[in-house]
Ligand binder design. Sequence first.
Ligand code: G3P
Length: 217
Amino acid sequence: MKFFADTAEIDAIAELNDIGLIDGVTTNPSLILKSGRDILEVTKEICSIVSGPVSAEVTSLDFENMMREAAVLAKVAKNICIKLPLTLDGLKACKALTSEGHKTNVTLCFSANQALLAAKAGATYISPFVGRLDDINNDGAQLIEDIRTIYDNYAHLHTQILAASLRTPNHVSAVAKIGADVATIPPNVIKTLVNHPLTDGGLAQFTADWKKTGQKI
Ligand code: G3P
């Protein structure tokens, strides 16, 4: 499963990229607002750090302006992936942009039928929001499983499942078990994945015992 960083924070992206933990980045209008940066400037900087796909989201709601904005975003860098909302206009733009050779990421997906439509529109990625379904007492992981089942029924569907709105390490392992192609994860959650108290305790014991040997490598 590929890991994308779900953020527009440059320092966090650079840190994780240096470790070699991320294969791409996803942003959205809320993450751009949180960054306090100009969308084109921060997206260009992200694309200069990460060689993998960087999702930048259109903000218009109508097809014509989605296509206009997509043309602007696509010029930022070669690894731009155009993010589009799961609406009829978004699906129309997805079909058009995909046919022009652009990578596309259809977002705000909350049902298997929506995901089927995105695949029919040729989306490179579909972004089902796991956390937001859990927030309203639905089962976000079940949506990932349903989409996996449907996509795997049809060899001609090539859309990759990009599990989004992941808030906890359990979300990450749950979507990995199901077979999501990508997980887009907030940097703080990515860094939490490495933590285990037995690892910490075991390393402390190894370090203490090694010190007792008086040896050096
Ligand atoms: O990529 C979508 C993600 O940023 C949404 O996450 O936590 O706002 O549901 P969240």
